[in-house]
Ligand binder design. Structure first.
Ligand SMILES: C[S@@+](CC[C@H](N)C(=O)[O-])C[C@H]1O[C@@H](n2cnc3c(N)ncnc32)[C@H](O)[C@@H]1O
Length: 203
């Protein structure tokens, strides 16, 4: 019990530090959905690495690393993240940066390198490729989380979005959807929808 309590206090302290030390700049703020569910995701990871799929400049990965997680940052172009890590070298975020592993991967063309039940969580924000969902299912440990968020629906964006119901259908059998929000966008005939979800791999 004492161990659990001190773990909870430690996590709270980590979270406070994460908020104090977040990198500068508007694009550096982690996804609000991730900030909302971070403690559920990190608790379930049980020390296993969390993947940030299509990590960009790493705002979400850096946030999780500040909470003490090991994060594998995956993108076909790691230059933005590398530049960000250079900027953080002489800041209080340096120790968190050391918990990131950078993996250059084309998520459409390259083969998926993570084996079954080897991953403690997956963050997939603003990049949608439905072919990845079965790979996520396979690699996530039982009881761990997938957080998925499409790009927002503005202008002509809707052409890159899933059809309403498509994501729920793709994940429903292997995951319990603990949070799921879908909003129709674009012309009615497109059936496009934005999706934000937190899904837990069924045990
Ligand atoms: C809109 S950014 C999102 C970045 C990050 N997830 C975030 O929320 O800040 C999309 C990212 O997807 C990456 N990307 C696009 N196509 C990719 C592909 N085929 N394989 C790997 N990464 C890809 C881009 O390089 C870019 O960093």
């Amino acid at each position: 019990m004492a161990g659990n309590l001190s773990g909870a206090v430690g996590r709270r302290d980590n979270k406070r530090e994460a908020l104090r030390n977040r990198p500068e700049g508007p694009s550096a703020e982690a996804s609000p959905l991730l900030r909302r569910f971070a403690s559920r995701i990190t608790d379930a990871a049980q020390g296993m690495p969390i993947l940030d799929v299509a990590c960009g400049a790493g705002r979400n990965a850096i946030f999780l690393a500040q909470l003490g997680c090991a994060v594998v940052c995956i993108d076909r172009d790691l230059t933005k993240l590398e530049a960000q890590l250079l900027r953080l070298k002489d800041t209080p975020l340096r120790p968190a940066s050391a918990r990131l592993t950078l993996t250059k991967l084309n998520l459409i063309q390259d083969s998926w390198p993570f084996g079954p039940c080897t991953v403690g969580g997956i963050i997939n924000v603003h990049f949608y490729s439905p072919a990845l969902f079965p790979l996520f299912k396979n690699s996530l440990a039982l009881g761990s989380y997938l957080l998925f968020e499409t790009i927002p629906g503005c202008g002509g964006n809707y052409v890159e979005l899933p059809k309403a119901g498509e994501v729920r259908l793709a994940l429903g059998d292997a995951f319990h959807l603990e949070f799921y929000r879908e909003a129709r966008v674009g012309p009615a005939r497109s059936e496009a929808a934005t999706v934000r979800l937190l899904a837990r791999k069924r045990c």
